[in-house]
Design a protein around this ligand. Structure first.
Ligand SMILES: C[S@@+](CC[C@H](N)C(=O)[O-])C[C@H]1O[C@@H](n2cnc3c(N)ncnc32)[C@H](O)[C@@H]1O
Length: 267
């Protein structure tokens, strides 16, 4: 059986969950009624959300393919969501090693089921605020040995973490990886005191114990710390994937920010 009921014992069926809402809005079926109701509520105040989630995944695809073509064979990904819909191991050549992780125990349980027959893919439970739990895990040691030339994924998660957690993530991963490694991420460029419509979205996320931490691009530039920004720099997700959507217009109008952007960093 591969249905939500299977994992109901570890899911809080009374609380909607950000990861499963993401799945629902991407068109997936790994979600509960409570998630679908919350997602429909979100759509009323933020009709651009389905496009945003697709952009986040397309950006991941664009960057992963680029880096894979450059020869990177190890990806360590945080806040991965489900390893479906063109996720890393599905778009990289055979032999690529991928370690996914997420904080949501239901996502982790499903994900382990999905990847269980894949030799070079692992899925761990981890709060991205503590990346050392993945990096120093026996699973990573067993899969990678001493290999440290890696790509770190931090995609679609920065706005779920306060500034000090993002800073800790950046410093910890930088210290752990070898020279030449890369890190990719995306975040929203928004004011930390957003206008009314955006505050409603923040309230919905807060009510599901997933508060949002909007920040400006300038603040993020300070948090990436020791990592260097690689060309082409901080660019809108729409520019990365060369597709125009309604996302940037909405964010500019309602969040007083420039829109969702992504970047590749290097050590
Ligand atoms: C927008 S999805 C990002 C999916 C994926 N990274 C991508 O690029 O398509 C956000 C995911 O972050 C997870 N998440 C939220 N807070 C987290 C945290 N503190 N640590 C790890 N994962 C977290 C959620 O469970 C959800 O699966």
């Amino acid at each position: 059986m591969n249905s939500p009921e299977r994992f109901s014992s570890i899911a809080d069926a009374n609380t909607p969950n950000a990861g499963r809402i993401y799945d629902y809005l991407l068109g997936g079926n790994h979600n509960f009624e409570i998630d679908r109701i919350a997602a429909e509520g979100l759509l009323k105040v933020a009709p651009f959300m389905p496009n945003l989630f697709k952009l986040i995944r397309w950006f991941l695809g664009e960057v992963v393919r680029r880096l894979s073509n450059e020869g990177y064979m190890i990806f360590i990904d945080f806040a991965s969501g489900l390893p479906t819909v063109d996720h890393i191991h599905q778009i990289t050549p055979e032999g690529t090693k991928v370690v996914y992780s997420d904080i949501d125990p239901v996502v982790v349980a499903y994900a382990k089921e999905i990847i269980k027959d894949l030799q070079n893919v692992r899925y761990l439970h981890c709060d991205a605020a503590k990346p050392e739990e993945v990096l120093d895990s026996p699973v990573v040691r067993e899969l990678l040995g001493d290999d440290r030339k890696v790509v770190i994924g931090f995609n679609g998660i920065a706005y779920f973490l306060p500034d000090d957690a993002v800073k800790h993530f950046m410093e910890t991963t930088f210290q752990w990886v070898g020279k030449g490694s890369r890190l990719f991420f995306c975040d929203a460029d928004a004011t930390s005191a957003p206008p009314e419509k955006a505050r409603k979205i923040m309230e919905i996320y807060k009510n599901m114990n997933q508060p949002l931490f909007p920040r400006s691009r300038e603040t993020m530039k300070k948090l990436i710390g020791p990592w260097e920004v690689e060309e082409p720099g901080f660019k809108l997700l729409e520019e990365w994937v060369d597709i125009k959507t309604n996302v940037t217009d909405y964010v500019q109008k309602e969040w007083e920010g420039q829109g969702f952007y992504g970047a590749i960093l290097k050590k």
